[in-house]
Design a protein. Sequence first.
Length: 95
Amino acid sequence: MTTIPRPATLPSDLLRQGWCQGAAMRDGRYCLRGAFCKAIMGSPISSLPQEVVDVLYARVTNYAPITFWNDAPERTQAEVVADAEAAQRLLGWRV
């Protein structure tokens, strides 16, 4: 269970509205890291709490850098949304 309160807007909701690669945010769309930063910290270019980074690395990207994982050419929006939801569950946030 996380010590980080559930944000009002979940990262997966931001990603469903629009996902991007190559930037934290572009035209109202977010990358995986940018969506978590925006939801938790209020800005897509903020630093993430270590607890969130640990969950994303260990459970979502299999220890690949988050931005490299998000920007992989084969990555899809549906996959990113599903993995964001998995991370949110691990953080104890209801999806």
